[in-house]
Design a protein. Structure first.
Lengths: 203, 360
């Protein structure tokens, strides 16, 4: 304490801890050589290599070991089960008589942030129902799969529960789905457990 | 005369075939090994008539792809140099293997054929020089493309390889002092003895520091991760940014051939080259006193196999390094080379010299 009191009063020092000359390593001299870090890293990957390699070799006689050797899902042959609430390709629901449930209220078209829904409304023959869509187009090239259209719909007329996730096509025109196509999509059957197709995994 | 020329030609064909096959296999090893290290399966989709062969057809698919892609030369590029650069790079990498012995000798009738393309009494210097010459290809590629990114990559390559040449060469001087020769076959032969009566007198056991330094500098010489500053694929792409098709393929192949050369050099200098533990010219001489006679052809096969296995193991290790470590920052790489590897290799020289002098 006394020592500090006797110290001559210096002007406040500039913080030069970040200046290049003053930068001091947070590591010891050994760590500065990178060697311990290198060895630790190599140990982790080598351990994984040998453990997985042993499982792969074991898999030659015992398929279960092979499955544990890699977390890979061999996609087209093996598929993951879709989460029930996953938003997949759209569909338009139908009434009892098969006509679209949609009343062309434009709610979905209005809320769509990607502006990918185009509806042309027309008179419905039934006087109790105000309107029906003459055309209902979803441009999947623009769709962001936010699901707002499903949320906005007052008639439960549009849903994203088809379970269809593979719909890549080769042209922009094919990405445009019309009323007939949207009505033809079916709800994925949740009662049937999707078989996890697992052929012999090839390494 | 004509016979010896034919023998040399056969050896050239064999060695270049071995190098290119090994390098092509390394692309497969690279994919598969990284996959196994990362709990994945790895490339396995290339098939011929439905046969997949655990992805072994991928190198072939790569080759076909590289050969059939558009071979583009930028309008502003220096055309002759642009075309010459990958040729120089690949030539130097392939030629560097010429003095590395892959076996002792074969007796054919009265002829004694050394199992190395060129028995040069400065073989070690030749390999180092050829590895350094490879810089020309890289720098020329960077310069001839007339692209700022490739130019930056070329400059980085020059700086990196110059900085790591010193520790690379200096780390070998200890070995040269202990097995007093610059001829790689002679050095390999010198490692045939035993230490303490049971340990093979390989360079790694008498020069452990030299081995570590050499591997570190050798990884830098191959320009691969963690020393891929010339490439820096996440930001500057590097000296081959303007290259496409087979010319790009040649640069990729160069890196892999250099990996094999570094592995071959390390095997010759530090792992006894073609020496099989306890195997002499006539048979196994075990330290306990047992002796198993082995015929000459079997000895040759065992020696070549031994060399191939050592190279393969070293390649595996280099791949492990490449798929484990992130890239050094430019200043870190320079610091590591000049302030750590180079002084340590000097220390290694002085210590080895002191021991050699004292022992004499």
């Amino acid at each position: 304490m006394g020592k500090m009191m006797n110290r001559p009063s210096n002007p406040p020092r500039r913080d030069i801890s970040n200046a290049p000359a003053a930068r001091k390593s947070a590591y010891g001299a050994l760590d500065e050589t990178y060697l311990p870090g290198l060895a630790a890293g190599l140990w982790v990957t080598a351990r994984h290599f040998f453990a997985n390699m042993a499982l792969h070799l074991l898999g030659l006689v015992h398929p279960a070991a092979r499955r544990r050797a890699a977390v890979t899902i061999q996609y087209p042959e093996q598929q993951r089960r879709l989460f029930p609430r996953l938003r997949t390709l759209h569909r338009l629901t139908r009434r009892e008589d098969g006509s679209p449930r949609c009343v062309a209220c434009m709610m979905c078209e209005t809320i769509c942030p990607a502006l990918c829904i185009y509806i042309v409304a027309t008179e419905h023959p039934d006087p109790n129902i105000e309107k029906q869509p003459e055309s209902f187009i979803i441009d999947l090239g623009r769709c962001v799969f936010c699901g707002f259209c499903v949320e906005a719909c007052p008639e439960d007329a549009i849903r994203m529960d088809t379970g269809i996730v593979e719909f890549s096509v080769r042209s922009r025109e094919e990405m445009v789905y019309n009323l007939r196509e949207l009505l033809s999509h079916e709800q994925v059957d949740r009662n049937v457990t999707v078989p996890l197709h697992r052929p012999e995994m090839r390494v | 005369m004509l016979v010896s020329l034919a023998i040399v030609l056969v050896k050239v064909v064999v060695v270049i075939g071995f190098l290119l096959t090994f390098a092509a296999l390394l692309t497969w090893v690279e994919r598969k090994q990284s996959a196994v290290m990362q709990d994945r399966v790895g490339a396995n989709r290339a098939d011929i008539f439905g046969i997949r062969m655990i992805g072994l057809f991928h190198p072939i698919a790569d080759g076909i792809k590289m050969l059939t892609k558009e071979d583009f030369v930028p309008a502003e590029a220096d055309r002759p140099l642009f075309i010459l650069a990958p040729v120089i790079a690949l030539f130097c990498a392939l030629a560097a293997f010429a003095t590395i012995p892959f076996g002792d000798y074969v007796r054919l009738g009265s002829m004694k054929i050394d199992l190395q393309v060129a028995k040069v009494n400065i073989g070690l210097l030749y390999v180092i020089v050829m590895l350094s010459m490879g810089i020309y290809g890289v720098v020329l590629a960077g310069w001839a493309s007339r692209s700022n990114y490739s130019f930056l990559g070329g400059i980085r390559a020059a700086a990196l390889l110059l900085s790591y040449e010193l520790p690379l060469s200096a780390s070998l001087i200890g070995v040269v002092m202990l097995y007093p020769s610059l001829e790689l076959g002679e050095i390999a032969r010198g490692q045939g003895g035993l230490l303490f009566g049971f340990l093979p007198a390989w360079g790694i056991f008498v020069q452990p520091l030299g081995f570590i330094l050499f591997i570190a500098a050798g990884v830098a010489a191959t320009k691969r991760i963690p020393f891929d500053l010339p490439e820096g694929e996440s930001e500057i792409i590097g000296y081959f940014v303007e290259y496409s098709g087979i010319k790009f393929g040649m640069f990729m192949l160069t890196d892999l051939v250099e990996t094999v050369v570094i592995a071959g050099l390390a095997a010759s200098l530090f792992l006894g080259g073609w020496q099989f533990p306890y195997l002499s010219d006539v048979g196994f001489q075990f330290p306990g006193g047992g002796f198993v006679a082995v015929g000459h052809p079997a000895v040759v096969i065992l020696q070549v196999l031994s060399f191939a296995v050592k190279v393969a193991v070293l390649c595996w290790f280099l791949m492990l390094v490449r798929w484990t470590l992130p890239r050094f920052r430019y200043d870190q790489a320079m610091k590591l080379g000049w302030l750590f590897l180079f002084p340590l290799s000097l220390l290694n020289i002085v210590a080895t010299a002191a021991v050699v002098t004292w022992a004499r």
